[in-house]
Design a protein around this ligand. Sequence first.
Ligand code: NAD
Length: 507
Amino acid sequence: MPMDQAIDSYFKTFSVPPEVVAFVSRPIGHFIDGRETAVAGAELDLVEPFTRRRLTGLVNGTAADADRAVRAARGALEGPWGRMPALERQRLILRLADTLEADAEFLAHLEAIDVGKSISDARAIDVPGAVANFRYFAGWSSKLDGRTAGAVALPGETLTYTVKEPVGVVAAIVPWNFPLQTLAWKLAAALACGCTVVCKPSELTPLSAMRLAQLASEVGFPDGVINVVNGLGHVIGQALAAHPGVDKLSFTGSTPVGKAVGKTALDTMKRLTLELGGKSPVIVTDRADLGRAAEAILAGIFLNSGQVCDAGSRVYVQDGVHDALVERLRAGAEALTLGPGLDPAARITPLISGAHRDRVLDHIASAHSEGAKLVTGEPGTGTRRDDGILRPTIFDECAETMRVFREEIFGPVLGISAFTTLDEAVARANSGDFGLAAAVYSGDVDETIRLSRRLRAGNVYINAHGLIDPAMPFGGLGASGFGKDMGPEQLDGFLSTKSIYVQVGTA
Ligand code: NAD
């Protein structure tokens, strides 16, 4: 099928390399057992977020496809991958990291085209973040030792020790906002631990997962170690969650879907990690450096047009600096460049879909009707643009009773509220169901440490927002889920510990 004219002219404007055009315009199938499957049967539309036109077709996978992928993963686990020495596994993961790095431009284009996100961000964050994660976890492959324990109550002479074994076949279900990076967060540690993986990308953003699987195969990963099954979440994701051949489910996505998937996974007693949504609070005290705070707060909410799980979406600012901070945030938001993802200058890009844009607009309308005060941005009605870009929007005088201050919006919308005492700020920041992240801005070191300890969140940023490092565990509390991605803490999620007892006979 010829490429849609609007997409063709968009790609030409930004000189998309021909090999990328070829990759994104062919029908997308699955990647199972070392090869991409031909697309047969019904196809889903893959829509480019800026033009809102059909880019290509995506296979509408079935439970049988998921089953084939799980069997391939099991075969690899019991075959070449399971027998591979740890150092060889480490070498392959490092090779994959190098290959992804060499492919950075290609991958950054895929993310910009698929998600509609800023290509500058994809170059600076998504791809290097994925590469760093593989590099970090590669080293763990050869350091997964058990321990020799001295038995403390057994009679006679014994030798007691533990060994760490891969948990088995992992299903990695990921969302659309950082498709490559969130997949790398699961894949790198799972591979390091010796597991095999069935990846389920979002049906909105399958491209980078397919590219990664292809590259992994080229660098020598045995068939079946990394599989990608495409299709609808409630079909493929559900099939993987229910599949008795899947040993561990690592899910990143929304809280309602995470809860449902988790319940299904427990029916077959899978190990489970749930990285879910957030409504992260930000506290700015009278002692903050306002220039620094405003810059980080703007990046913390408007990166990826607000489609970020740990976006700092509710700001609590102390009375003494309230007006000055609001003014800085207003000016900063109004200076952000709007444009399509492939434009390197664009900071605010289209939302993932028309349906999502309408959901965000509904939140904005509710903020207006519930009495929040618009500082800048979308007036609420009659503002739909065809390209799905929403202006960065800030409301002041928000309260926890308002949806804008309570619910995850996942768009470029920031709520602000003034506070008087730090106790009040902490109580209000800790209200609500989520517990993914929080941020504190203050020039007083003691104050920042004290506040960081009192905040109910899995990640706390001080005078910054959204810092991510492969050596640091990432994950939430409460409605934001449980378990960790990244850091040594993640390894336990992909390993089983076996205790071995040896009774030593008498001479
Ligand atoms: P989503 O829950 O709709 O979908 C996530 C994944 O689950 C997709 O692959 C989807 O196809 C699949 N899925 C959908 N329905 C399913 C079902 N019934 N059974 C099994 N799988 C199903 O989330 P989304 O809209 O893709 O992503 C946005 C959400 O992800 C936000 O809530 C955001 O906060 C969250 N997120 C969290 C983190 C984190 O690390 N905590 C990171 C990124 C995104």
